[in-house]
Design a protein around this ligand. Sequence first.
Ligand code: NAD
Length: 174
Amino acid sequence: MDTERAFYIGRFQPYHMGHHTVIGALSSEVDELIIGVGSAQRSHTVDDPFTAGERVMMISKALSEFSIPFYVIPIEDVEYNSLWTAHVRARVPTFSVVYSNNPLVGRLFEEAGIEVRALPMFRRDVYSGTEIRKRMLEGDSWEELVPACVAKLIHEIDGVGRIRRLAQTDTSMP
Ligand code: NAD
């Protein structure tokens, strides 16, 4: 039987327990996983604080918990949505199915003739990059919303200090 290899893309700013729960479920459905780190060119902003390399590390460390073979590949955005699926396919191993709840991602791959499967959402109110970044900015607890290895990495790179600094303006400096 052919290997079923699936593609899953996100910005992972940061990688959180919602992503991790979905990928845990996928690991028993397919044979291999390709994780695309989307908007790879973006970093050092309040909405996209982490570099592609930092996000690759978060995902690779967290996925070592599952026994499925995986590839984590950064993918830069392109101006033309209509060319994006070809751009993705040129950068990653071949795959036969895409898992996504992102409407644009789903539509573009369907138009390219690739099967797209939806996924259950898990505690979207808190397992959300927006919520986690907001908590980091406001000094609230966020560690329980990401895998422990991701929290450790964010502390090591002073991710919270980075977001807070980026949120300042020159008039808020002493
Ligand atoms: P994301 O990290 O917000 O989400 C990734 C996936 O996780 C999505 O399917 C989302 O629905 C799911 N998810 C989020 N919270 C969840 C939860 N609590 N429980 C279960 N699932 C949850 O990333 P995204 O915005 O979907 O990433 C898409 C990427 O593709 C972006 O980087 C975007 O720029 C890129 N893209 C680029 C182009 C282009 O360059 N033209 C076109 C389309 C998409």
